[in-house]
Design a protein. Structure first.
Length: 213
């Protein structure tokens, strides 16, 4: 009974603030929908309808090596077959300029740094909690390397951008995670060769939500 009353109160609160509920289904267009995607999409659609809100379909298209228009078209078609109608269609790539601007701002504020440590060495140091020598580089040096990444130069291609968080964190994913990488080998299916640097999913997911809002 208590649970039922709680649900009733929740329903009243949400319905009284019409169109305040916004859900999001954010597939990566790197393959076709599977049962897990369908479950997530149906749940978000049901919640949006229940509380008179809206559903945003956002394609997290941050990896041009795996993504294709074919997958975008098939995902949209499959959602229609499931009876799901989105209210807004967005792409993470809509906000690349905004996201890369935030990345540069983080460098300027000393909250991120450019690292050219080889992948295997970087992985080992993250497991050990060892700082990269590049972590203490000056803002000016980091901005210089960031520009190398933006231009896709041979020097920039060896680098990635990392958030300066905590290399001693018990949650090892918080040990200076990678925020952006270079990719010049494959044109993006929407933006072509405009960008040489692409945000990682973890960085793009948060920042594109901010841009959409």
């Amino acid at each position: 009974m208590a649970a039922a009353r709680l649900c009733a109160v929740a329903d009243t609160v949400f319905v009284s603030s019409v169109c305040r509920v916004v859900t999001r289904f954010p597939p990566e267009p790197s393959g076709y929908l599977h049962i897990g995607h369908a479950k997530a999409a149906l749940l978000n659609d049901a919640i949006a309808k229940k509380y008179q809100g809206k559903l945003i379909l956002r394609f997290d298209d941050t990896n041009p090596q795996k993504e294709k228009d074919e997958y975008v078209e098939n995902i949209i078609a499959d959602l229609k077959r499931l009876g799901i109608v989105h209210h807004q269609l967005t792409h993470t790539s809509d906000h690349f300029d905004f996201i890369l601007g935030l990345a540069k701002k983080m460098i300027e504020e000393g909250k991120a740094y450019v690292d050219d440590t080889p992948v295997e060495q970087m992985r080992a140091w993250r497991m050990d909690g060892t700082h990269s020598p590049n972590r203490s580089a000056s803002v000016a040096d980091n901005l210089k390397l960031w520009n190398e990444m933006i231009e896709g130069t041979p020097v920039g291609l060896k680098c990635c951008l990392r958030a300066k968080i905590d290399m001693s964190a018990n949650n090892k994913t918080m040990r200076d995670p990678v925020m952006a990488r270079c990719n010049i080998g494959t044109p993006h299916h929407r933006t072509g060769n405009k960008y040489k640097v692409y945000p990682t999913y973890d960085f793009a997911c948060q920042t594109s939500c901010t841009a959409t809002a």
